[in-house]
Ligand binder design. Sequence first.
Ligand code: SF4
Ligand code: SF4
Ligand code: SF4
Length: 305
Amino acid sequence: MANPTDMAIMFDASLCTGCRACQIACKNWNERTYTRTDNNGTYENPLELTSQCWNRILFNEPEERPSSDDDLYWYFTKYQCMHCTDATCVKVCPSGATKKYKVSDGDSEAYVVKTDPKQCIGCNYCVATCPFQACRYDEAEKGIFRCVLCFDRITNSPEAFPTPAQASPDMKDQPEPYPNRNIPACVMTCTTGALNFGTREEMVELAKAKVDELKKKGVDNAQLYGVEELSGLHYIYVLEDSPEKYGLPEKPSVPAGVTIWEALVKPGAPWGGLALVGLVAAAGVGYVINKRNEGLERKVAGGGE
Ligand code: SF4
Ligand code: SF4
Ligand code: SF4
């Protein structure tokens, strides 16, 4: 199960207005470029995560709209890599490029799933198997991209935050310009307070209190998401209705084939020797086919066993 002192983001769908400031802040901070999109009759843009868009707001339009003042209703969802504790992408990666990174900061630890582009071999296994379809390969940059929980911000990386003196000798007497720098860019930018950042324990408690508050207001289907899923996500959601209405998988899971791959086939797998069983079987199949072919050749040539 996820460590209670890991850092996590809490998204409160009841407060999100779909302004997409977080989407832009993510692009801005992480120096992602624009991509051309078309209008497909929805406010959602772009229509999927890309190597240039690591965080997007889903505009889910329900068939039956709950009553609202202006008769408009969307289930807004912030969608990105969930930094799963049981991370399929880490399990499946054959080169060890995708890992869980932990950096301690006082009482808490940053838990981030990241891919080292230098080690990535571009097999795309992680892209194919992620239960949230949350990571993308970029051919030009030769690497896998996803939300990195603003790793550089939350770990106060000096590359991300040079001191005023480092930025320019003329600024050496200037005060520190980034008072809240160790908060992810999307959280810092959220216009309505729908995003919060803290230890996972704090975020789960906050989310539970929000769900109770919503229920008291008559939102009977208010519920949590991300607390138990995949042994705990590092995004905790407060939803006003079922995950399905928000475009979130009801029961995300690690595909069975990935578990077998991790245990038996992946380089360095604990039971890697058992892969030999497969090799022996394959050799056996090859032997039978070869013998059959040999037999057919002899028949054609008028021979026999
Ligand atoms: S959401 Fe996908 S890419 Fe992100 S940690 Fe989970 S399996 Fe990996
Ligand atoms: S935590 Fe950082 S990388 Fe992740 S969605 Fe927010 S801004 Fe983007
Ligand atoms: S900035 Fe906040 S309110 Fe705006 S879309 Fe993002 S999560 Fe929703």
